[in-house]
Design a protein around this ligand. Structure first.
Ligand SMILES: Nc1nc2c(ncn2[C@@H]2O[C@H](COP(=O)(O)OP(=O)(O)OP(=O)(O)O)[C@@H](O)[C@H]2O)c(=O)[nH]1
Ligand SMILES: [Mg+2]
Length: 399
């Protein structure tokens, strides 16, 4: 069939990450691979900035609510929808305007039309696997005479895109944790290559969690870059939450261990740990993440409860390769796709979804503190196609 001529190419492309020169320096700050919170984990002084007093109702002795809550309960407002729509405008003009010009108004569907549609999907980084799947289904529907003209093809395509995303819609759940009858913080580890938006995402997520009434603490686990701790502290100040840190060059696992210990003592709801950006194909750097996880488990065998992989949507197909490596090394439980506002390659959402079927917890559609939005498949597709209707007001993010 015509679409078979597009060769399947799943090999990692040349790495597009630009800030990738930290491997040697990170090597220098690596500690031994010891599992235990060994002396070197305790060696640097730990600073805890701006800890607000834990409120009485957050005390570790209090009984804990038992029902997990989705992080976002509000119904999307028009502003919410418009923000996503605006953020997706570049992808929308690449993908949807291209498709609309090719498909809409056509009286007949022939191979040539389907081939043009396929090209448009590939150009927007929907990826070969997802594109093949979509075109395959549409071709069968045409053969069965279920689709007769361009307009019906356009509608069916939107449904196919929605179907591809169904498995990935699962909001981040704030799950109360317990050990020995005591409340434990839900630990979220944030990982990804350099510059994808990890720290910014943490800042935005903190605000979102606070709006849900959660007590949050941050761990400055990026001990590599001198400015990294400061950057996290700025977000801490902005949100008025404690940031646990050590000096640049300290052991990341040590910082996160101290932070978890402090968060447990204070009855914090959610501890979010930042990490240094690292190249996904450098195995020794990826091993450091495994060490961070092992050290955390000394304090809570179930921590981290969430490992968020942050991916820059603008890296296109390279995001697939990053995801593959981080899933192996860090046990990723959810994705955050950032910078959807700055790229025409937002079709990567479909490629990721088709390949990994991992929950996409959030999408980043701008640099502002409110520009992190829970991922809702239906909203995403409607925002992309600019087809908001009255249903938008009734869509919730709960799975
Ligand atoms: N337009 C846009 N910019 C974003 C978004 N998310 C993050 N950024 C920007 O991306 C840049 C890098 O963000 P950081 O949060 O520092 O990225 P990082 O992954 O922590 O980087 P390293 O710590 O160096 O690995 C910053 O200028 C952010 O403002 C987004 O959703 N949209
Ligand atoms: Mg950072």
């Amino acid at each position: 069939m015509f679409f078979k001529r597009f060769r399947k190419n799943t090999s990692p492309e040349a790495d597009q990450s630009t800030k990738d020169d930290n491997s040697t320096a990170l090597d220098n700050v690596r500690d031994s691979d010891s599992d235990a919170p060994s002396p070197e984990l305790e060696s640097s002084p730990t600073m805890v900035d701006a800890i607000p007093d834990a409120s009485p109702e957050l005390s570790a002795e209090q009984p804990i609510e038992s029902t997990p809550e989705p992080i976002e309960k509000e119904k999307p407002s028009l502003a919410f929808f418009q923000r996503i729509k605006k953020g997706l405008s570049r992808t929308s003009s690449q993908l949807v305007e291209g498709i609309a010009s090719v498909v809409l108004g056509k009286k007949h569907i022939d191979d040539e039309l389907l081939e043009e549609l396929e090209t448009q999907l590939l150009m927007a980084d929907v990826g070969i696997d997802a594109t093949t799947q979509i075109i395959d289904k549409l071709t069968k529907a045409v053969e069965r005479k279920q689709l007769n003209d361009g307009d019906s093809l356009y509608a069916a395509l939107q449904q196919q895109l929605r179907d591809l995303l169904v498995d990935t819609q699962a909001p981040m759940m704030i799950q109360p944790q317990f050990a020995d009858g005591k409340k434990m913080p839900m630990v979220t580890l944030v990982v990804g290559v350099n510059g994808v938006g990890k720290t910014t995402t943490i800042g935005k997520l903190t605000k979102r969690l606070q709006n849900e009434g959660k007590q949050v603490m941050l761990a400055a686990g990026d001990t590599f870059r001198a400015a990294a701790v400061e950057q996290l502290k700025i977000w801490g100040d902005r949100n008025q939450v404690a940031v646990v840190s050590q000096d640049t060059g300290a052991d990341s696992a040590s910082v996160i261990y101290d932070a978890l210990s402090s968060a447990q003592a204070k009855g914090i709801d959610v501890l979010i740990a930042d990490t240094a950006g690292r190249l996904h194909n450098k195995s020794h750097l990826m091993d450091e993440l495994a060490k961070v996880k092992r050290v955390m488990a000394k304090l809570d065998p179930n921590a981290p409860h969430e490992v968020l992989l942050v991916l820059d949507a603008g890296t296109g197909q390279n995001a697939l390769s990053q995801a593959e490596h981080f899933i192996k090394a860090a046990g990723v439980t959810g994705l955050v796709l950032t910078k959807l506002d700055g790229t025409a390659k937002g079709g990567i959402v479909f490629a990721l979804s088709e390949r990994f079927k991992l929950p996409i917890r959030f999408i980043g559609v701008g640099e502002g503190i409110d520009d992190l939005q829970p991922f809702v498949a239906d909203d995403f597709v409607r925002a992309l196609f600019g087809t908001q209707n009255s249903n938008a007001q009734n869509t919730t993010t709960s799975s």
